[in-house]
Write a protein that binds this ligand. Structure first.
Ligand SMILES: Cc1cc2nc3c(=O)[nH]c(=O)nc-3n(C[C@H](O)[C@H](O)[C@H](O)COP(=O)(O)O)c2cc1C
Length: 226
């Protein structure tokens, strides 16, 4: 069993999975642990759909890909990324994306492969478990606290998964198509999709999973005031 520090160090986003199923009991343990995540006023604003049904996942993926193929750029409840990118974030995004394509020997101008790689998000990278996290629209209408709580919940899921040798990929790509996903899943009207997390057993033979984007050094993000 990894220590928390080891789980933090071992985790990275994985984008290729085997078709091995996560036992229901294990998934329940992960979600029970994640449910211990602290939240402001103990609101526990996450409303979670843990989907392992192959047909349902295919339908959700098909619905998003159809939208993409129609040229729809997003169909979302919340805007995840900045509208105007500024540095150093713009640069980090470019370096991370370019690094992944270089690692995969995909040419910068090869839009077809790049779009295909993005669409892999909606095929869940071959995994058969996806956790969709919603919150009540009323929580985020005029306040942002639920985003903080649900972000912490996301990390709890991914770290708890490490205990069972289960890897993950958080997905803001589903945030961008939250409305079509909610409609396909027939989710109650009062809920908004925040994100999803793919969970599964890593395909160790896959090249893409070896990609490790660079992280900034402590001094770049932390100011100590001693
Ligand atoms: C909220 C959030 C949304 C993300 N969305 C996606 C996504 O849609 N597709 C994807 O492949 N990776 C996605 N990622 C993974 C990031 O690209 C990844 O965390 C980042 O490059 C750092 O790499 P690491 O997770 O391996 O440390 C997302 C990460 C977060 C936290």
């Amino acid at each position: 069993m990894p220590t928390v520090l080891e789980a933090l160090q071992n985790r990275s986003s994985k984008r290729a999975y085997t078709n091995e199923k996560i036992p229901k009991e294990t998934l329940e343990k992960i979600l029970n642990a994640a449910a211990l995540t602290p939240s402001g006023a103990n609101m526990q604003p996450w409303v979670t759909y843990a989907i392992t049904n192959e047909e349902v996942l295919k339908n959700v993926g098909d619905a998003v890909i159809k939208k993409m193929d129609e040229g729809v750029l997003n169909d979302q409840f919340i805007q995840y990324y900045p509208i105007k990118w500024t540095n150093p974030y713009k640069k980090r995004r470019i370096v991370t994306g370019a690094g992944l394509y270089k690692h995969m020997d995909v040419d910068r101008k090869d839009d077809i492969t790049r779009v295909q790689m993005w669409k892999d998000n909606f095929r869940w990278f071959g995994a058969n478990t996806v956790i969709f996290v919603f919150t009540a629209k009323a929580n985020i209408d005029e306040a942002q606290g639920a985003f903080i709580d649900c972000g912490a919940y996301m990390q709890s899921i991914m770290l708890a998964a490490q205990d069972f040798g289960i890897e993950s990929c958080p997905q803001g790509s589903t945030t961008e198509f939250g409305k079509v996903i909610a409609r396909t899943l027939d989710i109650p009207e009062n809920l908004a999709l925040l994100y999803s997390v793919v969970l599964g057993y890593e395909d160790k033979s896959s090249k893409i999973n070896a990609y490790q984007p660079e992280k900034v050094k402590l001094g770049e993000s932390v100011t100590f005031i001693d």
